[in-house]
Ligand binder design. Structure first.
Ligand code: GDP
Ligand code: IMO
Ligand code: MG
Length: 459
């Protein structure tokens, strides 16, 4: 505990002048949160890393995004998929927390829980272990419908869309920024007032998109049913996190959704999602100070994938890409779309590290590279024959960057059963060390398969 710098005269507020100095001692910082963030374009294996860390965690939080995320966790051969629920909820000792920065589609939340409940034991008692911030915004069915209409219009008007997940993410965060959104606290207060505001919002969308079909009464009726179901879960999120940080020692995890290159500010705009998926989103999405951010783990797939539209400098639209896609079973968890695939891009990862300050990395899906003779890694970008030191903001420039590659020898060995770094073939070790050295961030875990056990821990 450090001594504070705030000094006040004792009794200054009650007028008593004792001459004695009263020092206000600064509190200890409290517990730190461990953050897991996607470092590429999503689907790096965050769910699996969180599951591993959640084994001895007390609280697992989501701070941004909605059910556009799709996180897979494989336990005892059962494959669970999480979209809105923090993956750590699968551990019966974990309290899961959905923070204010998350956008919640209530029917989606319950469907997700019920679907996972049918798969295995992991979700038993979930309703008692989930806490929802009262400041989180609500995604309505019409936000999802608007997402679809906007995509259609983009296609008609600009000849291309964004390839969103159609989960209403763009529309609901737009409504939040426009200050017309509705939050969980509104749903739980006076339902009559809530209904009026809901109707105004629905009307706004109807006037913007006249073809939109909104069943106002039907949706309000459905929402009313959720009031009693979620009431026991809802808390003042800021106070909940404050208590968690300053109460007894606790292990608190934050599960990032989406990823750095999909971040609304730092991603490949406009082909991004609508929230901050980088480290700043942890503070704004949970309501906590930066000094409580502890380890920041970046999850990096050993190659690169991207779902949807947008520039992708190391993409391989050839046999290599197809091989990565089929070996890696690269199909979106949320939309079922095939993921585009390419080589690892260290320029992009350096950029993600500049923003997030990763303290260590989890390098996942190294096993997918088992069959390649040579493995390429993008290490620099050239624009008009000049090397550039930064990651370009402009999509047109990103489309025309010329990637400089280095070729590393493959290992042609099945590594899926290795459990220590030393057991890995020499060339696989070299691949990992190359990534580490280039980014100047240690690799703490290496993924060699889907299951919880298929993870090598280095330190
Ligand atoms: P997330 O969105 O970052 O949680 O990742 P997804 O769940 O969308 O996609 C990652 C996929 O890769 C899932 O199907 C995981 O089961 C799988 N996976 C994760 N780590 C590994 C790994 O190290 N090796 C293999 N072969 N599969 C993995
Ligand atoms: P996880 O958490 C991969 C992509 C969509 C689309 C763009 C905008 O599983 O890594 P949105 O519906 O958010 O408005 O779509 O962002 N996208 C993801 N791609 N993994 C994700 O999440 C994604 N979340 C959003 O494909 O291109
Ligand atoms: Mg995913």
């Amino acid at each position: 505990m450090s001594e504070g710098r705030i000094v006040a005269a004792a009794g200054a507020h009650n007028g008593a002048h004792t001459g004695e100095e009263h020092r206000i001692v600064q509190r200890s910082v409290g517990n730190k949160v461990t953050v897991v963030l996607g470092a590429q374009w999503g689907d790096e294996g965050k769910g699996k890393v969180v599951d591993l860390l959640a084994q001895d965690a007390d609280i697992v939080c989501r701070c941004q995004g909605g059910n556009n995320a799709g996180h897979t966790v494989v336990v005892d051969s059962v494959e669970y998929d999480f979209h809105l629920l923090p993956s750590g909820i699968i551990n019966p000792n974990v309290t899961a927390f959905i923070g204010n920065g998350v956008v919640i589609h209530l029917p989606g939340l319950f469907e997700e829980a019920e679907k996972n409940l049918r798969k295995g034991k992991g979700l038993e008692g979930w309703e008692k272990r989930l806490i929802i911030s009262d400041r989180a915004h609500i995604v309505f069915d019409f936000h999802q419908a608007v997402d679809g209409v906007q995509e259609q219009l983009r296609q008609q008007q600009a000849g291309k869309n964004l390839g969103t997940t159609k989960k209403g993410i763009g529309p609901v965060y737009s409504a939040k920024a426009a200050r017309s959104g509705l939050r969980i606290c509104d749903l739980l207060s006076d339902f009559q007032d809530f209904s009026e505001r809901y109707k105004v919002l629905a009307q706004q969308y109807k006037s913007m998109y006249p073809t939109l079909d909104i069943d106002v009464d039907g949706e309000l009726e459905k929402l009313k049913v959720y009031v009693d179901r979620i009431k026991p879960m809802v808390r003042d999120g800021v106070y909940f996190i404050y208590q968690a940080l300053h109460g007894p020692k606790k292990k608190i995890l934050v599960e990032g959704a989406n990823a750095a290159l999909l971040d609304i500010d730092f991603g490949t705009y406009p082909f991004v999602t609508s929230s901050n998926c980088t480290v700043g989103g942890v503070c704004t999405g949970l309501g906590m100070p930066p000094q409580n951010v502890g380890e920041v783990y970046g999850v990096v797939k050993a190659y690169t994938t991207r779902v949807g539209i947008g520039a992708f400098p190391t993409e391989q639209t050839n046999e290599v890409g197809e091989r990565l896609q089929s070996r890696g079973k690269e199909v979106g968890v949320t939309t079922g779309r095939k993921r585009r695939c390419g080589w690892l891009d260290l320029v992009l990862l350096k950029y993600a590290h500049m923003i997030n300050g990763f303290t260590a990395l989890a390098l996942t899906k190294l096993d997918i590279l088992d069959v390649f003779e040579d493995i390429k890694v993008g290490i620099a970008y050239k624009v008009d024959d000049e090397l550039i030191p930064h990651f370009p903001a402009n999509q047109e420039i990103l489309h025309k960057v010329e990637v400089q590659y280095i070729s590393l020898p493959g290992w042609n060995t099945d590594i899926s059963n290795t459990r220590t770094f030393e057991e890995l073939p020499e060339n696989a070790q070299k691949y990992v060390r190359f990534v580490e050295k280039h980014l100047d961030v240690p690799v703490k875990w290496i993924g060699v398969g889907k299951s919880r056990e298929s993870m090598i821990q280095l330190f």
